[in-house]
Design a protein around this ligand. Structure first.
Ligand SMILES: [Zn+2]
Ligand SMILES: [Zn+2]
Length: 343
């Protein structure tokens, strides 16, 4: 009898430890749409329990949440609510939830949901298990048909980024745009992105025994940048400029023209590029590798690469994998002087 009790206690303890280790990240989603209305709906046959105004709020078909500055309101009710609306699987765990901006977009997420008001719009945050977020990022960030080893390298980089890069926004850790990283829907089990996350579960990049928020971008133009080169202060991993054979042979070239007034103060730093991107759009200066010249009262930039060009180059990594490199070799190439370890 005593043995059975002890065995049961060990199982319970094991479950508790496993739950404590189950890390979560808070992702602000669909922020690009600056929504004033959000529709929340369950996935057919799966439980979805929401809470609003301090009490449970059952959602059978769907729930329309509207902005009622400075509060929010559930459509069809008179009372506006102070606090957030939260949703889960009715047991405090992750649910399958379809979140829509009416007339614009609809996405399915796996996690717990929070909707609140912020800056005169609705802020939607999905609290998801770390590994669900990793798989979702691999699916959204990777070039189509990227080989398995490239997806695994992306998974390790994304996991490191999520663990070490928290706190980029107030109230949530990361957004789902290029400002933080792309994240759309969780990939289905059996898909390449799902398998890449599962195959590298718990593996992270470390520099001097610390996990760091590994950066990655779409194509580097042939040579990756150090943080120093782009005017970013270095506390942890400084990054190293490495040659990228694929981008040298197949650079993504671009030419843009910017009004002289907008180009004033433009410097080859990531901050300067992002400032202009906020003003003129994300594609206004596609990368940090360019030359500039004045022409007819404007400034013409001619460059190569897409993204900041720091760390893993997604196109280059995919090419290395096509030529037989393992995910460890890809990571060692783009993140020299680091190690891949279980966190
Ligand atoms: Zn962000
Ligand atoms: Zn590259």
């Amino acid at each position: 009898m005593k043995k059975i009790w002890m065995a049961t206690a060990w199982v319970v303890l094991g479950v508790c430890v496993a739950q404590a280790q189950q890390k979560e990240v808070r992702i602000g989603v669909l922020g690009l749409f600056h929504s004033k209305q959000i529709v929340v709906a369950p996935v057919l046959g799966q439980p979805l329990q929401c809470s609003a105004g301090g009490g449970p709020w059952p959602v059978r078909n769907q729930m329309l949440v509207e902005l009622a500055v400075p509060k929010l309101r559930i459509a069809g009710t008179d009372n506006s609510l102070d606090g957030p609306i939260t949703c889960d699987n009715s047991q405090g765990g992750a649910a399958e939830i379809v979140v829509s901006v009416p007339g614009k977009i609809s996405r399915r997420y796996r996690g717990k949901l929070e909707i609140r008001t912020e800056s005169r719009e609705l802020r939607v945050v999905v609290i998801m298990a770390l590994e669900v977020a990793v798989a979702s990022i691999v699916a959204a960030e990777s070039p189509s048909h990227a080989p398995t080893e490239a997806l695994k390298a992306q998974a390790v980089a994304a996991r490191s980024y999520l663990l070490a890069g928290k706190g980029r926004h107030s109230g949530y850790d990361f957004c789902d745009t290029t400002h933080c990283q792309f994240l759309r829907e969780a990939p289905a089990p059996g898909t390449p992105a799902f398998q890449a996350a599962a195959a590298t579960r718990d593996l992270v990049l470390r520099y001097k025994e610390e996990v760091f928020a590994a950066m990655y971008s779409r194509s580097c133009g042939g040579q990756t940048h150090t943080l120093n080169e782009l005017g970013i202060s270095t506390r942890g991993y400084p990054y190293f400029g490495v040659t990228c054979d694929y981008c040298l042979r197949h650079p993504e070239k671009w030419v843009v023209q910017i009004q002289s007034a907008d180009a004033a103060g433009l410097a080859p730093t990531e901050n300067s590029r992002l400032n202009l991107a906020r003003k003129l759009g994300w594609k206004s200066v596609p990368s940090n590798s360019y030359s500039s010249r004045a022409q007819n009262g404007a400034v013409v930039l001619e460059g190569v690469g897409v993204g900041h060009g720091i760390g893993l180059c997604q196109r280059g990594g995919a090419d290395m994998a096509r030529h037989g490199a393992s995910f460890l070799q890809i990571l060692a190439h783009y993140y020299p002087n680091t190690e891949v370890k279980q966190y």
